[in-house]
Design a protein around this ligand. Sequence first.
Ligand SMILES: [Ca+2]
Ligand SMILES: [Ca+2]
Length: 93
Amino acid sequence: MASDSVIGRLQPTQVIELTKAFMEFDINGNGFITFDEMKEALHRANMPRPDAEIHQVMSKIDFNRDGMASFDEFMKFMANISNPSQCQNPPWK
Ligand SMILES: [Ca+2]
Ligand SMILES: [Ca+2]
């Protein structure tokens, strides 16, 4: 998985938490979250959401539009929305 740049922006504890979260969503463990898996995972977590809302979230996570959220896409999405307050300016800016 070529996600070093994304993971490098996250705290190690965040990476562990997000990896756990990903594994909960990826019910069949194939490394991708499908619409059905996200729906099922939210249902299991007692957070059922309407299909339209799940579609919306999936479309935000699914950068390459193959209909599934890969681990890399999931990490990117979570890194973007987590926006930690302790976020430092990257040295290349
Ligand atoms: Ca899967
Ligand atoms: Ca994808």
